[in-house]
Structures are given as C-alpha cells and as structure tokens.
Design a protein around this ligand. Structure first.
Ligand code: PHE
Length: 335
C-alpha cells in the first residue's frame, strides 16, 4: 500500500505536467479525488487494513490528498491569470479615451459674469429659493392686489411660502442684515409659472446687483454696466438705457446692448432694431429702503437684474432655452 501511494504521487505529477488548460486540471481532479477516483478508492480500503498499519496509511493518504489539491490549485491559478491577460488586455487595440466632463454653459456664463463683477469690487451673496411673500413682493414695493404682481407671479407652496420669481429678494435679505456700504451681486435660480417654449422656462437663473451708499448716482450704474457689457460681449459693444418701470427702482431702465450679430445694423436676431435687451435696472426705490429699516434720505443706491440664460443665448448664438435643460450631451459637448 505504501508503494502504491508513492506510485500514485508519481503518476499524478506526470499527469499534472501534461495538463495544458483548466479543463485538463478538472479531469485530473476527477481522476484522483473524484468520488470514484484513485485516492478515494484507497481511502475506502482503510477499514479493512491491519490495525497497526491503519494510522500510518491513513496519514499518508491524507498527505497525498492535500498535495494533489495544492498542486491543482496553484497550476490552476497560473492558467487563470494567463488566460485573463490574453482575453482582457490586447495591447494592440487602440485605447478607449475617457470622456472628459466640462462645465455646463450656464455655469460657465455665471462664472464669467461673477468674475467681471468681482473684479469691480462686488461681493457674491446668496439667498433662499423658497421664500416668503414679503421678500418677493411687499418689501420690494409690490403690494398685494397690485397689477405689477402679475409680472413676478410665481409658484406658491403653502400660505405665504413661495418659490422666488426673481433674485431681487436677496437685496432685501442683505439690507436687512447689513448697513451700507453694500456692493454685491446675487446669482441664483428663479421660478415662474410660464408655459415652456423657445424663450421661456419655469426655472431659470438670474444675477442681481446692488450697490448702496451715501452718494451712489445713476452715472455709477451706467459706468458699472458699461464695463460689464464690454467685458462680456466685446469692447465694441454699445449700451443703451431705455426708460422703464419696476416697482422697486425709481427711475427704472431697461438696458440694451448693440446687436452682437449685426453690430447694430439690424438683423433677424434683434428684430431689425439693432439692439438686444439684456437686463433691468434702476435707482433703489426709497420705499424699499423703508421696508428694510434704512432712513431713505440717508442712502442712495442702484440695482439691476439679468437673466443668465438670455446672456448665454446671446453670447453663444443659442436660439432655444430648452437646450440648456435637456442634458443632451451632443449640445453640452460644444462648450
Ligand atoms: N427683478 C427684475 C426682474 O426679474 C429685474 C430687476 C432687478 C430690475 C433689479 C431692476 C432692478 O425682471
């Protein structure tokens, strides 16, 4: 029996040497260790052996079994790692270029707008998108039941809680907590219950501006916005202030830039006027100062508000606002 064990070990070594793949190893395992395998058969004979031989033979059979298992396992590992290398890494194939992410065009435009105002000494402030009626309307001199509410209509959540319809709310929040001098811009999302089309969205972005001190004049507003439009749209851009109305500024203006497509000659984009409207602005209405507890005779200031999507559409020549929100990579990839 002891010789037999030795022979089996030798036989196994030869079989193992000849094995060239995982399948052959499995055949060998069955041949030796399978239920009807060579080693198992010998194990079955153990009980009929002499009492004094039993422990020794039993031990040797176990050693053989462990040996076979160990050898099969390590040769198997060699096959698997070789196989994987061959199947998974073909170094002759061209590589797969990882697609690199980039900033959304609205984020890019926002960063650019912020950068220009930061270079002029403005600080960035933010306020909540879920607001109280007071900040969206009353404090901005838009009384209940007044027709000017329609222009800033919004989604109501519950009672006097709503989604802000403009970033002018943040003017109030800043002035409530700080005394002038104030020089800040306030970027953020706003919401309006508008039907979605090429130029309307129920959610968009605005950047609000506010500068308040003892002696801020309309000419300061013009100076700041002139620098902004030139840096944003190019040195040759002209700016035009048209009289307008906002409840929270007096006087108020709508600000146009010379059409960046036709340079003011008149084209389809500017409806043949030569001008493109880009923002609303004006001197802070004394009623707003009163609402935040400032003495209206003591301070003066200007405010403005612009739509970021509109600026991005003009700058990049995009004709449909919905493109910003559809997450189509073919569109987003171009920026
Ligand atoms: N809040 C105005 C709007 O959403 C824009 C604006 C801001 C106008 C500040 C004047 C001053 O249309």
């Amino acid at each position: 029996m002891e010789n037999e064990i030795k022979n089996i070990r030798q036989l196994f070594k030869e079989d193992l040497k000849a094995a060239s793949d995982v399948k052959a190893l499995e055949d060998i395992r069955v041949k030796y260790l399978g239920r009807k395998g060579i080693v198992s058969k010998l194990m079955e004979k153990l009980p009929s052996l002499d009492k004094d031989k039993k422990p020794l033979i039993g031990k040797e059979l176990n050693v053989l079994k462990t040996f076979i298992q160990g050898e099969l396992k390590s040769k198997g590992e060699v096959f698997i790692s070789k196989n994987n290398l061959m199947e998974e890494v073909d170094i002759t194939l061209p590589g797969i270029a990882p697609s690199v992410g980039r900033l959304h065009p609205i984020t890019k435009t926002l960063n650019e707008i912020n950068g220009i105002f930061i270079s002029l000494g403005f600080k960035i402030e933010e306020g909540p998108e879920i607001e109280k009626e007071f900040y969206n309307f009353e404090a901005l001199n838009i009384p209940l039941e007044h027709p000017s509410r329609d222009a800033f209509d919004t989604f109501y959540i519950k009672g006097d809680i709503l989604l802000r319809s403009h970033t002018s709310t943040v003017q109030i929040r800043i002035m409530e907590k700080t005394k002038p001098p104030i020089q800040a811009i306030m970027p953020g999302r706003v919401y309006r219950p508008d039907a979605v089309d090429a130029s309307h969205s129920f959610m968009f972005h605005q950047v609000e501006g506010l500068m308040v001190d003892h002696d801020i004049k309309f000419s300061d507003l013009k100076g700041v916005l002139n620098i902004f439009t030139k840096q944003m749209f190019g040195e040759k851009t002209k700016t035009r202030f048209r009289p307008s109305f906002f409840p929270f500024t007096e006087p108020s203006a709508e600000v146009d830039i010379s059409c960046i497509i036709c340079r003011g000659k008149g084209c389809r984009v500017c409806s043949h006027t030569g001008w493109l409207e880009i923002l609303g602005a004006g001197m802070v209405n004394p009623k707003v100062f009163e609402a935040v507890g400032y003495r209206a005779t003591k301070y003066a200031g200007f405010a403005f508000g612009m739509g970021v999507e509109r600026i991005a559409m003009l700058k990049y020549g995009i004709d449909d606002i919905r493109l910003f929100f559809e997450n189509d990579v073919r569109f987003l990839k171009q920026f």
